[in-house]
Design a protein around this ligand. Structure first.
Ligand code: SAH
Length: 213
C-alpha cells in the first residue's frame, strides 16, 4: 500500500491545526509512522488519531506529536531527553531536528521494538535506556530540551532540575481526565511555566514493571 496520499492529507490537516514550523512538518513527513504500529493498524497510520501499541500504551495522535515538537523550539545542536519511548515514533521525529535524542522507557519489550525501528531507519543519533524516566538521566544531564510523553501527577521537579540554563521542557501534568500540557522554561531569574493545551496521556508510572515485560 502507498502511504503518500494519506500522508499529504495529514500534513495539510496539521497545518490547519496550527503547526506552522516547516521543519516540524517536514520531520513528520519524513518519518514512516506505519513502521511504529502493528501491521493490522498500518492502514490507519496517517489518520490523525492515537493508536494502541503493546503493554496497554499508546502512540500519540500526530497532531500532539507535532504540537509538542513545535512547542519544544528545538535547535539542531540540542540534546533532548525524552521520557516514555513507547513505539519510538516521537523519538524518531525529534531525531530529525536535533543532535541527539536520549530516550527512556520502563518496558523492555517496547524499547526493544523501538530500537529495531531506529536501526531500520538508520537513526544513529538516538540513545536508549531501560529505566524509570521519572528519575531522569542524571549521568547525561543537563539537557537543552526535555519532552515527557506520559502524564506526571504533578510537576516533576527531578526533571526540571535536569534542564540546562535556557532549557525548555514540555510535560503533561495532572491526573486522568484533567491533564494539561505545560511548557517550563529555565531562565536566569527562575522558571517560567505556560499552560498550552488540555491533553490525555497514559500515566507516568514509577519504577520498572515486574518480570521482564
Ligand atoms: N512517545 C511515545 C508515546 C508512548 S506512551 C510514542 O511516540 O509512541 C507513554 C510511554 O511512557 C509508555 O510506553 C510507558 O510505558 C512509558 N512510561 C510511563 N512511565 C514511565 C517511566 N516512569 N519511565 C519510563 N517510561 C515510562
Amino acid at each position: 500500500m502507498s502511504y503518500e496520499a494519506p500522508k499529504i492529507r495529514l500534513i495539510m490537516e496539521l497545518r490547519k491545526q496550527g503547526i506552522t514550523d516547516k521543519r516540524v512538518l517536514s520531520a513528520v513527513e519524513r518519518v514512516p509512522r506505519e513502521l511504529f504500529v502493528a501491521e493490522a493498524l498500518r492502514s490507519e497510520a496517517y489518520d490523525n488519531i492515537p493508536l494502541p501499541i503493546s503493554q496497554g500504551q499508546t502512540i500519540s495522535q500526530p497532531f500532539i506529536v507535532a504540537y509538542m515538537t513545535q512547542a519544544l523550539c528545538l535547535g539542531e545542536r540540542d540534546r533532548v531527553l525524552e521520557i516514555g519511548t513507547g513505539s519510538g515514533y516521537q523519538a524518531a521525529v525529534l531525531a530529525q531536528l536535533c543532535r541527539r535524542v536520549c530516550t527512556m522507557e520502563r518496558y523492555r519489550s517496547l524499547l526493544a521494538q523501538a530500537e529495531g525501528c531506529f536501526e531500520a531507519l538508520k537513526l544513529h543519533n538516538i540513545t536508549t535506556r531501560l529505566a524509570d524516566g521519572a528519575k531522569g538521566w542524571p549521568e547525561l544531564a543537563p539537557f537543552a530540551r526535555i519532552m515527557v510523553t506520559a502524564a506526571a501527577p504533578s510537576m516533576p521537579s527531578v526533571l526540571v532540575d535536569q534542564l540546562d540554563q535556557g532549557g525548555i521542557m514540555v510535560v503533561p501534568v495532572g491526573l486522568s481526565g484533567e491533564q494539561a500540557l505545560i511548557r517550563v522554561t529555565r531562565q536566569a531569574s527562575g522558571f517560567k511555566e505556560e499552560r498550552l493545551l488540555d491533553v490525555r496521556f497514559v500515566p507516568l508510572v514509577a519504577g520498572l514493571p515486574p518480570g521482564r515485560a
